[in-house]
Design a protein around this ligand. Structure first.
Ligand SMILES: [Zn+2]
Length: 104
């Protein structure tokens, strides 16, 4: 069964199979991404613009803001979870996931 992915509520949520699963209110750690001047950027997601799936990984494009320095940028390709056995398993936002980090 295909997994249905959508951006809902003006970019506030990523919906997986008609359930709101990934909110913009979380802070994600970007350690390998040159998001701002901070060594590790802690990025509050402000809006999602696109959700897609590559292989098993679900990734999003959107806009975020570094909570330490205030830099606001768009990003693409942030991995937010995986589809395993037909169900969505979200990643913890504060984990170090260098291979799932976005580009800016
Ligand atoms: Zn910063």
């Amino acid at each position: 069964m295909p997994t249905e992915l959508r951006v809902l509520d003006d970019g506030a949520w990523v919906s997986v199979d008609n359930e709101r699963r990934v909110p913009t209110s979380d802070i994600w750690r970007f350690a390998a991404t040159d998001f701002c001047g901070c060594a590790t950027a802690f990025v509050l997601l402000e809006a999602f613009t696109r959700v897609s799936v590559t292989g098993r990984e679900v990734s999003v494009d959107g806009v975020g803001r570094c909570v330490d320095c205030g830099e606001k940028r768009t990003f693409s390709g942030l991995g937010v979870g995986r589809v395993l056995d037909g169900s969505f398993r979200p990643y913890p936002p504060d984990a170090v996931r260098a291979r799932s980090e976005p580009s800016v």
